[in-house]
Structure formats: C-alpha cells, structure tokens
Design a protein around this ligand. Structure first.
Ligand SMILES: [Zn+2]
Length: 294
C-alpha cells in the first residue's frame, strides 16, 4: 500500500477531478490515536476527503477543515498542506457502541468550517450547516453551497482483522464543476460516481498504474471510452505535525493560576500529549516555574 494523490482536468467538460489512495497514512494515524472501527471509519473518510481538496492549494497554503457534530461523535479535524502533509483527529477517539442510529451518532446537523491559509494568514473561510450525517457528504455540501462550486466526492474505507494494519484501504475520488461546465451533464456524471460498479472499483486497492484514468473514463464518458483527460501526480500524502516543545510551553503558560499552584505543590513533571500526533512532551517542574515566572 502506498499513499498517492493525483489530479485531472477535462477541458471539454470543464470538470476537475482528484484521486487519493491514502491507506497506509490512515493506518498510521488510526493506530496512533487508538481509534475503534466507528471512529476510524469517520476519521479516514474525512482525511480522504480533505486530501481530495489538497491539489487545489497553492504553494505554502493549507486547508483546515472542522466538522462539529452534535451526536456521540463530537468533532473531526483535518488539516492538509500543499506539500502533501496531513494531520487529523476525531473526538471522542472511540465510538463503537456509542450510538444505535445514525442520528444518535451524528446528531441532527453538522457545522462545517473550512479555512484556507497561506502560512498563518487566512485567505478564505466559511461555515455551513449540513444535515447529511456523513463527513464526506457534509463536505461536498459545504463546497456546493458555501463556496458555490458543485462538488461530488466518494471515499471508500476498508478494514482488516490485522490489529497492526486495521485500515486495509482508504481511497477516494472528487469531481468539481468549473466555470463553463454544463451542470446537467455534471449531474449525470455525479450520479455515475455513485454507481455500484464505481463503488466496487473504489473499494479495492488500485492494482494498475492508470487506475484513476480508467475509473474517470467510466464516470465521465462510459460510451465513448475516450476523453481529453490530463492527469498529473501530486506530492504523496504523508502524516505531519506542527507540535514543538515551544508550543507546549505556550499551553503550560496559559494554565490558570490555581492549576499552576497545584502543579508546584505536587512537584511532578507535566506530561503533555499532542492531540494530533500523540507525541508526549515532558515539562519538568523547574521548566514550569521558569515559564510561569516570565
Ligand atoms: Zn504533534
């Protein structure tokens, strides 16, 4: 299993498309966060969806996505960078048996926030309420409604019994209508993305190099088997994190005075775990005192 991302464009149809296969990356993140299958399923779908939007970022840009649900599932965070870096988490990290119905799991609606940044400067941000009860469809709705770009995504996640490799597959395709696109035609193409045959193809790891092209032809033009597709490889996705001891110190500095007093009284070093990558940082009591004295 590899991690790969590519984009394609059809001038004739004015549709841009992306494909991601991020199975080993999702595996790494799910193991690190000790997610159970329900939590892993939703997190991997969100990571796949986030990565499908990564090829549209410019140099040094990143896209930060947040899904706030009101069911037993509370929040999913995913951040993708133009160079292929991705990080994400789901809260709570375990969800099995937490809900009997989709409504209990997702709640009635979801608030989606998408922020595009260049370094730390916000270029664009939006919030939309969606009721799809699925992070991938909720994100598609966000783009179609809030950013007015007709967007359709499909992400497939497969599990294995192997505890060291719980995620067997995470693969997805995105279609976006660009200016000049015939929206009626796009609607038909969008329906074909959800065809059982296409779903079946996405549920298996790609075995051929031109898998994306083959699937796209099936979706875009099933009769003619010929399109003007231009397919370009993007930087391979990989897990990253921005945590540093310095950033951890900022968290320590912001602790309320009562907590600071408790910590000094106990006299034990603080162990702080990064919520994204699960790396732990130890801040000694002397370091704490130094931070609070500033
Ligand atoms: Zn981290």
């Amino acid at each position: 299993m590899s991690n790969q991302l590519s984009r394609a464009y059809s001038k004739e149809l004015s549709i841009r498309m992306t494909h991601v296969e991020c199975s080993s990356l999702c595996n790494e993140i799910v193991i690190r966060h000790d997610n159970d299958p329900v939590a892993a399923h939703n997190l991997c779908r969100s990571i796949g969806a986030g990565l499908l939007l990564q090829p549209f970022l410019e140099k040094e840009e990143r896209l930060s996505l947040k899904w706030d649900y009101k069911g037993t599932l509370k929040q999913i965070l995913v951040e993708v960078k133009q160079d292929g870096g991705v990080r994400g988490l789901v809260r709570p990290h375990q969800l099995n048996d937490s809900a009997k119905t989709e409504e209990e799991l997702f709640g009635k609606s979801c608030q989606i926030t998408a922020i595009r940044l260049f370094r730390d400067k916000i270029l664009q941000s939006g919030i939309t309420e969606s009721i799809m009860r699925d992070p991938v469809e909720d994100l598609g709705y966000y783009y179609s409604y809030s950013e007015q770009i007709e967007t359709s995504l499909a992400v497939s996640v497969g599990f294995s019994q192997n505890p060291e490799q719980p995620i067997q597959l995470c693969q997805g395709i995105l279609l976006q209508a660009m200016p000049g696109c015939d929206l009626l035609q796009f609607e038909n193409i969008r329906k074909r993305l959800l065809d059982p045959d296409v779903k079946k193809a996405l549920a298996k790891a790609p075995k051929i190099d031109n898998f994306f092209e083959k699937v796209l032809i099936q979706i875009l033009d099933p009769t003619h088997k010929k399109t003007d597709l231009e397919i370009i490889s993007c930087p391979a996705p990989s897990a990253y994190c921005t945590c540093t001891k310095e950033k951890i110190s900022t968290i320590v500095k912001s602790l309320p005075t009562e907590d600071q007093e408790d910590i000094i009284e106990k006299g034990e070093a603080l162990i702080i775990r990064c919520q994204f990558c699960s790396k732990t940082y130890e801040v000694t009591i002397d370091e704490c005192k130094g931070i609070w004295a500033k």
